[in-house]
Design a protein around this ligand. Sequence first.
Ligand SMILES: [Fe+2]
Ligand SMILES: [Fe+2]
Length: 242
Amino acid sequence: MPLVNPKTGTTVDEIAEGIHRISTPVSEVPGGFTFNQFLIMDEEPLLFHTGPRKLFPVVKQAVETLVPASWIRWIAFSHVESDECGSLNEWLAAAPGARPVCSQVAAMVSVDDMADRPARGLADGEVLKLGQHMVKWIDAPHLPHGWECGYMMELTTSTLLCGDLFTQGGADLPAITKDDIVETSEIFRRQMDYFSHTTNADVLLDKLAEEEPEVLACMHGSTYQGDGGAMLRSLAKSFRKG
Ligand SMILES: [Fe+2]
Ligand SMILES: [Fe+2]
């Protein structure tokens, strides 16, 4: 994994064509943890997750190994939480042409008030063209948490930017794995109970599985390459067991 910051251990890896994973290990969570952001390089570069506000200088430095921060056009995230969008305003200041992009609910409830510039709220199924890459917004309220929650599917690489789904604990996991990530993430879910217990989980996971992603870009832990639809269906099955 190419190390871009020896002090923080931050690494940058291309996990699909033009999609780069920035990963910083932290020790605050027992057993270690990672905060990952994903940069889609294109005519209109998009950053999915900003990382926590206190990590802003670290994430910015990592982004700048790929593209000047001022070139970023879209700051995207799954739901409103510090690791998702804690440095949103810092990014809007660093990138004068950038706008937040999130669900319509997120824009209405939080982002249009919290952010220094108005958000682009995407409807369920709406596609945003970045150049070669295209991201489709998928609403997923309360999966795993947050009324405003949703995900982005990058259509040309079949990459699902899947936020907190499949969160894996540990600080020294590989950038990419082809191994099952359901079991490891389910251990973490049972310990931390960070899911909302929405009764719609089955329907929403099925909706995500229907996209048949080939890459699952997880916010915490390794990126999975393989049959993402099967992983999502396996996660739904595991939920049903409790
Ligand atoms: Fe979250
Ligand atoms: Fe998270």
